[in-house]
Design a protein around this ligand. Structure first.
Ligand code: ZN
Ligand code: ZN
Length: 143
């Protein structure tokens, strides 16, 4: 798998190419569903000292530009991922907070077709499946 050209993505979104922006894009690409603290950790590993505020600002700019998707399951901290534009869903472990991607159940974004849209123009459906991840399920099974 070749790494995406993050600099071109930034330019296409009319964002200046900066090292913190490149580092954040690469972190969320390599580690989907990172929370902010984990993003900061990866960026600091790459670049050395970077302030929390700088990373928050980068995440906001990238999210606003649509290069990064922000997801926030109820009761959880916000997570970020670079898989954008396909309206995929997530499965979340109630126990440890692990998150995995889930494609739409059938075909292309069928969840956007609400059974009754009440006259709204719907452009997004957010589905979160909650459950127990394999590791937590295994840990709970009595030996
Ligand atoms: Zn778990
Ligand atoms: Zn995802």
């Amino acid at each position: 798998m070749t790494a995406p050209d993050f600099a071109s993505q930034l330019r296409a979104a009319s964002l200046r190419v900066t090292r913190p922006r490149l580092a954040v894009l690469s972190a969320v690409h390599e580690h989907p569903h990172l929370d902010t603290d984990a993003v900061i950790g990866h960026v600091r590993t790459d670049l050395g000292a970077v302030s929390h505020q700088a990373v928050y600002d980068v995440l906001r700019a990238l999210t606003d530009a649509g290069l990064v998707r922000r997801i926030q399951p109820a009761g959880a901290t916000a997570r970020y991922e670079s898989r954008v534009g396909d309206n995929h869903h997530h499965v979340v472990c109630r126990s440890c907070g692990a998150i995995a991607d889930v494609d739409c159940a059938v075909g292309h974004t069928p969840c956007l077709t609400a059974s009754d849209d009440h006259g709204f123009v719907v452009d997004e459906a957010e589905v979160v499946y909650w459950g127990t991840c394999p590791e937590c399920a295994a840990a709970r099974t009595p030996q």
